[in-house]
Design a protein around this ligand. Sequence first.
Ligand code: BES
Ligand code: ZN
Ligand code: ZN
Length: 514
Amino acid sequence: MEIKVQAGDISQHPARAIVVNLFEGVKRPGGATGAVDKALGGAISQLIADGEIKGKLNELTLIHTLGRLPSPRVLVAGLGKQADFRLDRVRDITATALRYLRRVGARSVATVVHGAGVGGLEPQRCAQAIAEGAVMGLYRFTRHKKKNENEREIDELTLVEFERAKLAALRRGVAAGRILAEAANRARDMANEPANYLTPAIMAEQAQAVAQEVGLECAILEREQMQELGMGALLGVAQGSTQPPKLIVLRYHGDQRRKATLGLLGKGITFDSGGISIKPSAGMQAMKGDMSGGAAVIAAMWAIGRLKPRINVTAVVPATENMPSGSATKPGDVLRSMSGKTIEVVNTDAEGRLILADAIDYAKSQGLSPIVDVATLTGAMVVAIGKAATGCMANSQELCQKVIAAGEAAGEKFWQFPLYDEYKEHIKSDVADIKNVGRRGEGGAITAALFLADFVADTPWVHLDMASTDNVDKDKGAWVKGATGIPTRTLVNLVLALAKEKAPARARRRGRAG
Ligand code: BES
Ligand code: ZN
Ligand code: ZN
């Protein structure tokens, strides 16, 4: 889909459909909606007077113009109460409206810039949200279905703005929004892909392709190298599968002034059967998405490679299946991690923390700091928070706050959980330095994070448990049934924000700070 920005009067635009909007309770539409109303001989005002258009959030009203306007259709999108209006609604209403117009068969659409008029939001951010809503909202995962001739596409979206002075900002917003949303869609493609098509080796190939495309360094560590490095925890998870494990490393160097390199770590379990502690079969197919954290990290690196911020970032994704077999790790087995710490594996289904333990030590050996890890780590997170937010836990409050802020800009919610010392008791082992599960029904997401914290030690770190948000079961705003691509855009926003922070004092004295 092409996304354009044009100056002019939307009521005169020839697209196959034009989208205008209305806040709840408005009786006489102004601005672009008013101009369209006028051109339609007052049809919108009439529908409002008749109580058919209320402006409620996500309300869509299609009007056929029957030759009164160059465009054959006008869609009036309800924005809800003006007092509750935020950028998220711009993204979501765009997605909802465009899915509707795609069903109707409109191949080209012109839209007003929701939020930039009476909404009072920054035009650039509105345009970015519109591009994100369009690209994410129209996402489909169809590669394993035969082509459906009735399935239509929207080929062209035009943002029409009356004030010329706003155009440059709108174009910047569209460009950024496109990249962020395409990154999220890449993460979704990987997470939606069945595990027989997305093995650790194929995930590694995709990371290499990303590196090639946007100019990143890529290294894939094989089983032999993992053995040399002593990654017994990662290898312990991988040993039940016939698919060889891969440790994927992507490096972006955007800042020669600083040595500091942010580490983005993502859980890459391409299928989680639970291993010997096997999961119930109902719903097990969803565990093809247990590499969503790794996918988000790889996709974020793609966007970073395109946006080229002044910062260094390295992604580390341990990728393996978790399978039961004669060679699989058994409950009670003890594994020796790269850190030298031994781990009692009480439940082989708590495998995410095992592979991340070694990824964390590898990251530390590479000097990465701070570290942000992303994982579909615990079912307990879903129990704790439901599906509205991703859980975050941290040893650095400052960094955690930055992640939450980066999420707000992306329309991705994060809610922090505590890492109180009291819970550490739960992961003490009788036979090893630590064990991989806490107590049933007692803060399982927190004990999982504390397990990781033990390996992280003093490095500033934030852990994102996205088991609650990796997937949605119905279309909702910019999210389409299936993988969400969360927290790809949050990670990119975080990297952009960190890049904008002041360079170290030494570099500043030389007058090279950005
Ligand atoms: N991948 C799962 C967690 C998960 C559950 C993700 C539901 C998405 C949706 C993880 O590896 C797991 O199985 N965790 C166990 C840990 C338990 C054995 C301590 C869990 O949550 O049940
Ligand atoms: Zn598991
Ligand atoms: Zn898992």
